[in-house]
Design a protein around this ligand. Structure first.
Ligand code: CAO
Length: 243
């Protein structure tokens, strides 16, 4: 690949030089590696989170008693884990030998966390086997460790699928880069009330814009269609997470 030429920016105006943190350098290398190796496709959908949000808000008092902040994230992790179990074509990695697909029997979900030192992705283990309270506690614990620079290498290893949420910040959608050797990642944008046709009239519903990017070497569009439909259905009706 032709390198981007070195430019002396000081000829155009005042500049500052800042040393990149180790995390920023590792992220830059990982992003380039994923972007260049994995042919990406991104699919878009909106999940109706009206009921999920009503439930989440109704649990606020209980969450406070438990000392946990209940955000949408643990619900999204649980829904992604259940979709990975139901659609195992997503829970794979390509073997480096180019001859095999590695099918995983475990469901570990990575959560992108923005920190002053850069982007890190701690992993919540066995998310399919954990309840919402436990996932909420682990999310908060991992995010705090990430921001305090206390994550150990093992905390960031072994992910099957990553969730990158910019929902608290804004935006209507983005196309995340797969966190290889994982083969898929979900991008979460800011929920908004939208008019949704219910068959006879428009109803105000709280809609969450989601994207799933996947490595088209490992996953086909039809696999993603099935996986994403399951995921959106589970978020739309969290009772499905009991099934
Ligand atoms: N739509 C609307 N509001 C949302 C939302 C969404 N999709 N997701 C979260 N929110 C709300 C939360 O409910 C919370 O509101 P209240 O304080 O009123 O309850 C508020 O936004 C803040 O949430 P949070 O950020 O504290 O918690 P979280 O569980 O949603 O996210 C974490 C945790 C660690 C993912 C997040 O803090 C973070 O670091 N996000 C950035 C990730 C990132 O950089 N991704 C890009 C990677 S690629 O460059």
């Amino acid at each position: 690949i032709p390198p981007i030429p070195e430019v002396d920016f000081s000829q155009f105006g005042e500049i500052d030089m800042e040393k990149m943190t180790k995390i920023k350098k590792v992220t830059a290398a990982n992003m380039s590696r994923s972007w260049l190796n994995a042919p990406h496709v991104t699919q878009f959908d909106d999940a109706d989170i009206t009921e999920m949000e009503a439930f989440r808000k109704s649990m606020k008092g209980e969450a406070e008693k438990r000392g946990v902040k209940l955000t949408p994230m643990p619900f999204l992790i649980k829904a992604a884990a259940s979709a990975l179990v139901a659609e195992p074509s997503f829970n794979v990695s390509l073997h480096a030998d180019g001859e095999h697909i590695v099918r995983k029997k475990y469901v570990h979900i990575g959560m992108a966390v923005d920190t002053p030192a850069g982007l890190v992705v701690p992993v919540i283990r066995d998310a399919d086997k954990k309840g919402i309270w436990q996932l909420a506690e682990e999310c908060a614990e991992m995010a705090a460790k990430a921001r305090d620079g206390k994550l150990m290498p093992r905390d960031m290893q072994g992910g099957c699928f990553t969730i990158s949420s910019l929902g608290a910040l804004g935006g209507t959608g983005f196309t995340p880069i797969v966190n290889a050797p994982e083969v898929a990642i979900m991008g979460v944008s800011k929920a908004a009330i939208k008019p949704v046709w219910n068959g006879s009239e428009f109803e105000p519903r709280q809609m969450l814009p989601l994207t799933v990017s996947y490595d088209h070497r490992a996953i086909n569009g039809a696999d993603c269609g099935r996986f994403f439909t399951l995921l959106v259905a589970a978020i739309g009706d969290i009772r499905r997470l009991l099934l």
